[in-house]
Design a protein around this ligand. Structure first.
Ligand SMILES: [Mn+2]
Length: 366
């Protein structure tokens, strides 16, 4: 078995919720110790918010960073859009090292870290990556991947030619593929995905990535254990609902048993169950809630009448994004002005508050 120099994870979104985020971070430390890595590298959106509750911050410092310090495993991090703050949250612990615009060693690589960069600043920051760096640690929506917001800040073709590897947070989905850098050379681009589901429709499986000491060995992904998710087939007709009421108990028993076999802790044992149902089934929520009781976290998705569903169909293979859909929806009058404002806000992504202030200032002038 090759030896591993570093463990990379991203998008842990620590917060006080059902315990999934905390369970994932405990596994990150366990794996770092098990694989005897020299450093854990964290790819942004580590806390869920810029302003956090004391619980998750205490957990991160008193449990995760204390344990890494005791084990002598370095902790190098960058920030994403969600947790971005000055000074960064993890710096409340003496062991954490903020690697934004710094070089540091990750196995055979000289790595370079970049906090989330808005469009424009990213291009300038990429040009400034020192020549000796072969690994970029980032947190961006890349055009090549499109991310979960449809306004990428850059493309892999803008990454300098000396970079051979990019490890990036933000996508909330595992991807490991080859792309071309600015020199047209092959570059391995990796997104580990989030450490647990942040939204109900995100992937069920979650990973961290190990970087080997030997440059000739490949990167290795390791699966984290996660809460089970059950996606129930759409309830269209009353018979579908009757069948679900008859079968859901057995399905939940099986999920519970599998979770116990995996060794999931008590607070991660209860599965999530998403029920998609037609608006015509007026008693679906009441009957399913009664049948499930407290054995699952229920998530609902009511399907609107068919004529309204048509809006979600992509035109000519175009990606379905909020921005793309804006031309399809009916807006209150004055529709053109509303559409203009909405598209500006959607395009500005996380900067929407500033964009709104600019829009407001322009209105005052007029
Ligand atoms: Mn995120």
């Amino acid at each position: 078995m090759p030896s591993y120099a570093a463990l990379f994870y991203a998008d842990s979104h620590l917060r006080q919720r059902r315990g999934d985020e905390q369970y994932a971070m405990r596994q990150v430390v366990d794996l770092a110790v098990k694989f005897k890595v020299r450093n854990v590298v964290a790819g942004g959106d580590l806390h869920d918010k810029q302003s956090n509750r004391p619980g998750p911050v205490n957990f991160m410092h008193r449990e995760i960073l204390d344990r890494l310090e005791e084990a002598g495993v370095e902790y190098n991090f960058i920030q994403g859009q969600h947790d971005y703050d000055v000074p960064p949250w993890p710096l409340g612990h003496r062991w954490a090292v903020h690697v934004h615009k710094k070089t540091f060693l990750v196995g055979p690589h000289v790595a370079y870290g970049l906090d989330f960069q808005p469009y424009g600043l990213l291009q300038a920051s990429l040009e400034a990556v020192p020549k000796e760096c072969t690994l970029l640690i980032a947190h961006q929506t890349w055009g090549d991947w499109m991310g979960d917001i449809a306004s990428p800040q850059g493309d892999f073709a803008q990454v300098p030619g000396h970079v051979t590897h990019v490890l990036s947070g933000d996508l909330h989905k595992f991807v490991m593929e080859t792309n071309r850098n600015a020199d047209g050379a092959s570059m391995l681009t990796v997104s580990p995905g989030a450490t647990c589901k942040q939204k109900i429709d995100e992937p069920d499986e979650h990973f961290v990535v190990l970087v080997p000491d030997d440059p000739d060995c490949g990167l290795k992904r390791v699966k984290l254990k996660s809460r089970a998710h059950i996606e129930w087939a759409t309830l269209n007709r009353p018979e579908d609902l009757d069948q679900m009421i008859a079968e859901v108990g057995g399905e939940l028993d099986r999920a519970h048993r599998r979770g116990e076999e995996l060794g999931l802790p008590d607070d991660v044992l209860r599965p999530t169950l998403r029920v998609t149902y037609s608006h015509r089934l007026k008693d679906a929520v009441r009957r399913v809630t009664r049948a499930v009781g407290d054995r699952a976290w229920l998530h609902w998705k009511e399907l609107p009448p068919e004529e309204r569903q048509a809006v979600a169909v992509a035109k000519g293979g175009r990606a379905v994004t909020p921005l793309a859909l804006l031309s399809e929806v009916e807006l209150p009058e004055p529709a053109e002005e509303v559409r203009g404002l909405l598209s500006r806000l959607l395009e500005s992504g996380v900067g929407f508050r500033d964009e709104f202030q600019r829009w407001k200032a322009e209105q005052m002038k007029d």
